[in-house]
Write a protein that binds this ligand. Structure first.
Ligand SMILES: [Zn+2]
Length: 334
């Protein structure tokens, strides 16, 4: 629905959605123009309208109500879009898809086969009430059995954060978190610590699976303490030196101009560092002063995240011995 809302230039999109829940918990999900999430305040206003009495609604009548029509090729358009978004044909891959008796039941086979994979569908017989009923993302037994029977060789992780690793062991195939220089399955492994100490990128020819080291959208979070900004910048430069065709991030769309994206990432961090050094040189010391000087473009609700990023930058400067004397002294005391 998000895709079609954008594709058709619709004012907004509405979908009945179960997420991972069974049918009685179905909800209504709205998309803004362009297929994006609605701003919270608009969502709140719609919610309060829905809960007011019908009598208070200003409602169109007669022909002003509009007309209903079916979009007969909606699913086909979506499948074409999915196949087009696949960076490489999937020939040689065998894939098991648990459709959870939901919307994917009608498109998953066409999408995967269209992209060249051999696909086994399970739970692809929706009857209107059996969505997520003992299947789907909260019931992995069936997909595990199908995977084991089909002989999936293993799962390769890019790092150990739960949103990337938690479900892997449940598939019943061996799980590997490889190290720099390893060859594992079809991948050559490049160590890229920074986002986390154990982050790696996986190379398959000129295709690079980046985990959380490079994202399709937005910038990567480096937690002070756990992550390391100086290691992260070295890792970005390491990737930049490779001849890559496409980056496949753990979140967000594929990046088709790897060099430009990596240059942008590196210069963004260095620009922050330049502003921070400038602020330190002019005497700013407190967190608030430093945020005002170097993160003034960040909206209020992201200031907490900016403060953590500031801490990661200060850690890097401290490692490199580039903090002013009195600041380092401050840190030692606390
Ligand atoms: Zn992560």
């Amino acid at each position: 629905m998000a895709f079609l809302t954008a594709e058709l230039g619709a004012d907004f999109g509405v979908v009945l959605s179960a997420s991972h829940n069974p049918m009685p918990d179905n909800g209504i999900k709205l998309f803004a123009a362009g297929g994006h999430k609605l701003p919270d305040e608009v969502e709140d206003r719609i919610e309060s309208l829905v809960t007011t009495s019908f009598d208070e609604w200003v409602r169109p009548t007669g022909a002003a109500i509009g007309r209903v029509s079916d979009l007969a090729d909606g699913a086909a358009r979506y499948v074409r879009h999915l196949i087009g978004a696949t960076p490489r044909p999937l020939g040689g891959l065998r894939v098991v898809v648990d459709c959870a008796n939901g919307a994917a039941s009608t498109v998953a086979a066409d999408a995967y086969r269209g992209a060249g994979a051999e696909v086994t569908l399970i739970h692809a017989e929706p009857d209107g009430i059996n969505i997520n009923d003992n299947c789907g993302s909260t019931h992995l037994e069936a997909v595990r059995a199908a995977v084991v029977n089909d002989g999936i060789e293993g799962v390769v992780l890019t790092h150990s954060h739960a949103d990337h690793s938690e479900g892997a062991g449940l598939l019943g195939a061996p799980v590997v978190l490889p190290n720099d220089g390893d060859e594992v399955g079809p991948f050559r492994v490049v160590g890229t610590p920074g986002h986390s100490p154990d982050s790696v990128c996986l190379l398959m020819g000129r295709v690079c699976f980046t985990g959380d080291t490079v994202l399709g959208q937005g910038s990567v979070f480096i937690a002070p303490g756990e992550g390391s900004l100086s290691a992260y910048l070295d890792s970005l430069r390491r990737l930049r030196a490779l001849d890559l065709e496409v980056l496949c991030p753990g979140h967000g769309p594929c990046v088709w101009d790897p060099a430009a994206k990596l240059d942008e990432y590196i210069s963004h961090r260095l620009e922050r560092e330049r502003k921070l050094l400038e602020a330190l040189a002019s005497g700013a010391r407190s967190e608030n002063e430093l945020l005002d000087a170097a993160w003034s473009d960040v909206p209020d609700h992201l200031r907490g995240a900016a403060a953590l990023t500031l801490a990661a930058h200060l850690e890097k400067l401290a490692e490199e011995g580039r903090l002013p004397e009195d600041h380092q002294h401050d840190n030692d005391e606390h």
